[in-house]
Every structure is written in C-alpha cells, then in structure tokens.
Design a protein around this ligand. Structure first.
Ligand code: 5GP
Length: 188
C-alpha cells in the first residue's frame, strides 16, 4: 500500500492554524490529525485526548527518553510533542497525517522526513496577529506578549517551508491548503 503524506502545519500562535484546520476537516474527512502531548495546563473547555494529551513533565521526559516522540519542543516554558506511534501507523495505513506544531518541531520533522509537506500559515500583518491573539482571550496579557515575542522569531523562518499561506480568512486559507496538498500528492 502507498504510504500516506505527512503534512506539517506551522506558524505563530494566534495565526489561526486550528481554525483553518477545522474548516478543512469540515469539508474533508480523510485526514488523520495527530493529537500532541503537552505539559501546559488545559484551557477552559479543552479535553484530554481530544485537544491534547495533558501530561506531567516527568511523563513527558520519560517519553523523550524512550524515543516515543517523533519531535518535541519547549515553547514558552512548556513541552509540546508528537507521539510517534500513531503517526507511523496511520502513514503506513496510507492515510495523510496532519501535524499542527511550532517552528522548532517543524524544522526537526523536515530534517528527519524530507518528503513531508511543510506549510507555514502566516498572518496578513504582525498587527493583525497581535489583534487575533489578544481577542482570543485565552492568555494573560503577559503570556500574549511573550507569544508575540516568539512570533517575531518564528515569522523570520517562513522561507524554510515548502509553502506559505497567508490566513486572511479560514475558508480562503483552507482552500489554498487543500490545493497544495492535492498538488503534493500528485508528485508522490
Ligand atoms: P498552544 O499552547 O497555543 O496550544 O500551542 C502553542 C504552540 O505549540 C502552537 O504554535 C502549537 O502549534 C504548538 N504545538 C502544539 N502541539 C505541538 C507539538 O506536538 N509539537 C510542537 N513542536 N509544537 C506543538
């Protein structure tokens, strides 16, 4: 059986990666979304096993030692990582797998698996990113500011990706993403 395509979606916090993917999944149901593990505390409404696997630092570090993480990164003081087993299994089954991860992790995946499709979701402007992150209301002002500081560095790395999509609206970005995926699958 033909192996699935690994699709890495990255971009700064608040850019709307999750909303773009929600739009994509509402139209197409044949993707496998990899659920990450994190040591960050759950936000209100987030569910263990659906949004993330919320685990302790000790557990996370033992997964790293055992080689269970396909990639991981420390972001804003917390660990985030992709459990390896589910991703490998789904790719072997021929499913296209989507990782929604930050830039350090995305760089590791691209290095380890150069055949993956890497997509950077960019904001229309830095001001707009700041507005979206503030309006989302999930973070304290201090956390918003540190995420924006990180975003400045992340935005500098967009040329490392196969494709950059500017997220003006979830529908437009999702349509562009689907077109890029379709194209990448043709050249597999
Ligand atoms: P948040 O705390 O807003 O849910 O996520 C913070 C950042 O971590 C986002 O850019 C998100 O895409 C990224 N992230 C989520 N899961 C993973 C993961 O498994 N690995 C890496 N490297 N980053 C992740």
């Amino acid at each position: 059986m033909k192996r699935g395509l690994l699709i890495v979606i990255s971009g700064p916090s608040g850019v709307g990666k999750g909303t773009v993917l929600k739009q994509l999944f509402s139209q197409y149901d044949h993707f496998f979304y990899s659920i990450s593990a994190t040591t960050r505390a759950p936000r209100e409404g987030e569910v263990h096993g659906k949004d993330y696997y919320f685990i302790s630092t000790r557990e996370f570090e033992s997964h790293i030692e055992n080689g269970d993480m396909l990639e991981y990164a420390c972001y804003n003081g917390c660990y985030y990582g992709t459990p390896r087993q589910a991703v490998e299994k789904k790719l072997d089954e021929g499913l296209d797998v989507i990782l929604e991860i930050e830039v350090q992790g995305a760089a590791h995946v691209k290095q380890a698996m150069p055949d993956c499709l890497s997509v950077f979701i960019a904001p229309p402007s830095f001001e707009e990113l700041s507005r979206r992150l503030t309006q989302r209301g999930t973070e304290t002002e201090e956390k918003v500011n540190s995420r924006l500081q990180i975003a400045l560095e992340e935005l500098k790395r967009q040329n490392e990706y196969d494709t950059v999509i500017v997220n003006h609206t979830p529908r437009q970005a999702s349509d562009e993403l689907y077109a890029v995926i379709t194209q990448a699958k043709k050249s597999l």
